[in-house]
Every structure is written in C-alpha cells, then in structure tokens.
Design a binder for this molecule. Sequence first.
Ligand code: ADP
Ligand code: GN1
Ligand code: MG
Length: 368
Amino acid sequence: MNTPFNAAEIQKNFGLRGTFSEYNQIHDGHINYTYKIVFEDGGIRTPYLLQKINTDTFRDPDALMENILGVTEHLRAYILEHGGDPDRETLNVIKTVEGKPYYRNEADECYRMYKFITEAYTCQQIENPTVFYNAARAFGDFQRRLADYPSEKLHEILPDFHNTAKRFENLQKAIAENKSGRKGNVAAEIAFAQAREADSHVLVDLLAAGRLPLRVTHNDTKLNNVMFDNHTNKGICVIDLDTVMPGLSLYDFGDSIRFGANHAAEDEKDLSKVWLDLNLFENYVRGYLESTGESLTTTEIEYLPFSAKLLTFECGMRFLTDYLDGDTYFHTNYPDHNLDRCRTQFALVADMEKKMDEMKAIVEKYRR
Ligand code: ADP
Ligand code: GN1
Ligand code: MG
C-alpha cells in the first residue's frame, strides 16, 4: 500500500502489534499531518492516531512533547480521581520502544502517536446549539482542571502567539515586504485591518497593566479541537494540545466564538453566509460561565464579547499576513485560500461590531 509515511518503520518504532491494515488522512487541521492508522492482530483491529509534527511551526519537538506529557499526565490524574475514563477524556501519548514521546526518522521527520479516541466525533460547524454548549463546558472544564498546573513548567512553544499587537506589526511587515507580490489584490482588507489597530492593543495592555490574570490556556479552541461522544454529544476530550501555554482565558473564549458561533466554513466564499449567530453565542456563554464563572474576574467577564471580535480580527490578520508572505504557514488547497479565509474573518468582525451591545447583554444575563 502506498502511504505518505513508512508504515513498517512506524510499527517498529512504536512497537505496535499485528499487521498494518489501512490508513486515512484526517484533514481537519491547518498545521500538522494527521492520520488514522489501523493494525490488525488476531482479528482485532486497533486504530491509532499518527501525526507528523509540523517542525516548521514547532521547531523544538522535545519542548513541545514535554508540555503535552506534563499536561496530559496532570489531566489523567484528575480524571482518575473523579472516576472518569482517562483513555477517552484526555489525549494519551504512546511512547516509542525507546520510551520517547515521538520518533525522528533519518529524514528528520518527527512522528508522534496518540491513543485513538473511538465512538467520538469532531465537527466543523454546529447544527445543534446544545453541542456548542457542550463544547463550552469541555473547554471551560479543561481550563479549570489546569488551574493548579505549575505554569513555570510549560515551555512557551510559540512566543507571542496571541499577542495581537505583534500580529498587527507582522501584518505591517508583510505589507511592506509584499513577498508574494499580491498586495494589489488586498487593498480593502489592508484598510479594514489598519482601521482597527487600536483594538489590537486592548488585551495586551490590560495584561501588562496587571488587570488580567495569566492562566494555563489552550490557545487553539476551535470547534474541531474537541471530541464529542457519539451517543451523548458531550464534549469528552479537548485535543490538539500543541499550544497549551500561559495565556488569557479571553483567548480561549474568543477563539471558540470565532470558529463556532456562525454557520459558514472558515473559507466560505459567499460572505452573505457569514454572520454571528447570537443564539450560538448565548449557548457558549452559558456553558463557559457555568464551568469557569466562579474563577473568572470581573474584568475577564467584561471583555468576553470584545475577545470574540479580537480573536476573529487576529485570525483574519494572520491569514492575510500568510497570503502576503506567499502561503508559508497554514496549509492551503488553492492559491487564494488564505485570502478567502481572511475575508470570512473580517466579515465576521464587522457583524460582531454591529451586535456588540447584544453580546454584552447576553454575558450580563449569565454572569454570576
Ligand atoms: P492540527 O494541529 O493539525 O489541527 P489536530 O491535533 O487538531 O491537528 O488533529 C486533527 C484532527 O484529527 C482533529 O480535528 C480530530 O478530528 C482528529 N484527532 C486528533 N487527535 C485524535 C485522537 N486522539 N483520536 C481521534 N481523533 C483525533
Ligand atoms: C490553526 O492547528 P489548527 O488547525 O487547529 C492555528 C490556529 C488558528 C487556526 C485557524 C498552531 O489551528 O492558531 O486559529 O489554524 N494553529 C497554530 O483555523 O497556528
Ligand atoms: Mg486542530
């Protein structure tokens, strides 16, 4: 079988029993290369989650995996103490036969393996608002469970990841350099971003002034980074732990709304389909405040609606920057992919600006 990885090498290095049976690539993420691989042994088929780590993004896989091992071991202990199922409710790293958390081959490709979470699904868009409420509970619980994790043990894998002011600066640099020669196509998007420079400073300034607490956060809380149980639809496991770092709760809240609280794909071309669904927003607020409400400060709660807009703006700027740089960061499937993504994000920002008062009223309704 033709595979994008060397199945025999993977089997040997991770000490998997049986015969390699099949694989399929999972295309949900924009960063890593992810495969479900199945081995068959005595009639029993066991799926595994194999990932080729994107080492252009994650340049220090040792530090990356140290973070993930630390966090998943912490979560595992919590789950066991509370009578949960640690094989489904957290990621589980499968180590190599040498006891390492990933395998580097001769071509310098780095592979890691997780237990495959079965009887569960991810989704790209919300059909049933309760599922979004369940996502909020899962991300809120994740934050609560890590509240006592010693943040000094975490490596800052991607420094300034959500520093929106720096993201704005990076965009200015990309505009000035115009590496791809595409600047002429994006005058409207550049103007949209320039008009919102002040927004990019708001949370970093509050953090610098000591008005927002640093917490251990996930930093990539899009809907397809939580797995839902096939039968109960509960958010059973938060996945994609590459970006767990000290951060603001507002990053996690805002990014979830960005991706999940509308009915269009991130790369939808028809912008009339891109709008903030206040009902979905309300479901997420309710779930998130039920999970974390007691621990959030007044200032954190006050800035929840703004954070949704800010994280959407930030993501739009990142897509635009990558478009101008020549598509070097996010996986893309066609030449204008990053531009289409940027446009949906900015359309959503514009809609959130119109609905800001309603968003604030919803947060008021659920604050404790
Ligand atoms: P990326 O960083 O590229 O987004 P993810 O870690 O989010 O990669 O994985 C991509 C997709 O693979 C997820 O959205 C999910 O559908 C699936 N996936 C990831 N980990 C597991 C797992 N342990 N069990 C089952 N499916 C998984
Ligand atoms: C990337 O890895 P994935 O697809 O879950 C990106 C996020 C962006 C997101 C936009 C490490 O997330 O920051 O918000 O794409 N992850 C990284 O869809 O840059
Ligand atoms: Mg992901």
